[in-house]
Design a protein around this ligand. Structure first.
Ligand SMILES: O=C[C@H](O)COP(=O)(O)O
Length: 330
């Protein structure tokens, strides 16, 4: 079995044209409409029609690992927990499993480690030499409600501490009011504060009321310079799902058709099983093509997905599951 495609030690910084940002085109925003029942029908067909079998499934699961933002975002996080998460990021798969997959020569690494600002420095030190970027959630995560100056200062502090990716949250109220100018201005200011660090814009989709709102917010964030659009903080009542994902990735496709710029997609919150991961990957492949199944264009925001993937890899190889203690997370 050839699983070379998943070696991501060299592709954290692929040649990829970054979104330069565009003027706010309110006519375009007004033209955006989504039909929820059509989206639901299409989402229902993902995974039902297609399953990835055997060796391919193992390859896809390894590939999924390279696209995980390995996350801890708990109020009781500590330096110790972040260090353990980073140790897991250095070796996401047990050596014996990698050996059996014939992957001993390849280092399979996650897309990033994602933490609160407080732990950026700890994570940067713990990941030193790996090339794994640290992502910081920012701008008054998870609600996004703080003075804009405070939010910009937070981004600047995380960048100064070494974060290479900043996951900002938008103010949901701006979307609910249809105040696209305010949303655009704020995201544009956040992008400027990020500098070379990549910006992921979290929409909080479970709080945006309609698929059309989600689609319009996606577009405004992309026009303002987002490198990624991300569904959720993981703290809303409704987090990532396939219907919302369809809405957002169709806006990514439309944006790419109009501008030639490829924006990344990050579903987050509640994605916990290997089966979930395969469905999202099938969706990306079918809607946007294989080139989007790379860490610079697709990430899972997930705290427990890796544990299940490791279990399923072992099951795929041996026919049985490991006991929990063999795959500790943090
Ligand atoms: O951005 C990442 C999410 O907060 C992770 O959510 P999760 O703990 O449900 O996987």
């Amino acid at each position: 079995m050839s699983l070379k495609v998943v070696d991501n030690t060299k592709n954290h910084e692929p040649a990829h044209k970054r979104n330069p940002g565009y003027p706010l085109d309110l006519d375009w925003v007004e033209r955006v409409r989504m039909n929820r029942s059509a989206l639901e029908r299409r989402a229902g067909s993902i995974g039902a029609r297609r399953t990835v079998k055997k060796d391919y499934q193992l390859a896809w699961l390894l590939k999924a690992i390279t696209m995980i933002d390995l996350t801890t975002l708990n109020a009781d996080d500590t330096d110790g927990r972040v260090e353990r998460l980073c140790a897991k990021a250095r070796n996401p798969i047990r050596r014996d499993i990698l050996d059996q997959l014939g992957m001993s020569e390849h280092r399979v690494l996650p897309g990033a480690v994602c933490v609160y600002h407080t732990f950026v420095g700890t994570a940067v030190r713990a990941l030193d030499g790996t090339g794994i970027p640290v992502a910081a959630v920012s701008t008054a995560f998870p609600h996004g409600l703080a003075p804009v100056e405070t939010k910009i200062a937070e981004i600047e502090a995380s960048v100064k501490d070494g974060a290479k990716e900043i996951d900002i949250v938008i103010e949901r109220g701006m979307v609910l009011r249809g105040d696209w100018q305010a949303l655009y201005d704020q995201v544009k200011a956040f992008r400027k504060a990020c500098g070379d660090a990549h910006i992921k814009t979290i929409l909080g989709t479970g709080e945006l009321a309609t698929q059309t709102n989600i689609a319009k917010a996606s577009l405004v964030c992309m026009l303002a310079g987002a490198d990624f659009i991300k569904t959720s903080t993981g703290k809303e009542k409704v987090n990532a799902n396939l219907v919302t994902s369809l809405t957002m990735i169709r806006m990514i496709r439309w944006f790419a058709e109009e501008t030639g710029i490829e924006i990344g997609y990050k579903p987050a919150g509640g994605i916990a099983t290997a089966g979930d991961a395969l469905k999202y990957m099938a969706l990306m492949k079918e809607e946007l093509g294989n080139q989007w199944l790379q860490p610079h264009l697709f990430r899972f925001g997930a705290s427990s997905l890796l544990t299940d993937i490791e279990r399923q890899l072992e099951h795929g190889l041996t026919g049985h599951y490991a006991t929990d203690y063999r795959q500790p997370m943090v």
